[in-house]
Design a protein around this ligand. Sequence first.
Ligand code: ZN
Ligand code: ZN
Length: 139
Amino acid sequence: MNESATAEHGERPSGVRVRRGGCNCGAVRFELRGDPTRVGVCHCLECRKATGAVSMAYADWPLSAFTRHGETREYLGRSFCTRCGSRLFHLKPDEVEILLGALDDAPSDLVPTREGWIRRRERWLAPLRDAEQAWEDPH
Ligand SMILES: [Zn+2]
Ligand SMILES: [Zn+2]
């Protein structure tokens, strides 16, 4: 593989996978190096309200793997673009939770292995195959 081909697939010559994302208007951009520590879907009321969607798909990375630029505001840790309002990520003390829909790759290559708050899952949604099912918070 030559260097341009590697770059196209989101990799650097070092071999570390890089994923990029941002908001709808482009004012906020971010980058993640390496693979996430967990990938999941949450159906809890807070995730529903925060996204306006019936569930939230997310992936967590260590904070050290995360860089970003552009102006955001936060509500209870959940960030959004001040210009277009797109939801982006949730900054925690030592990790960052990225909303899968904020990644540039659609579909992404990430597959949830845990599904939380299934008691709030819409009746028309099927359980995710091979994902741990948690009635409320997954452990
Ligand atoms: Zn924006
Ligand atoms: Zn939730």
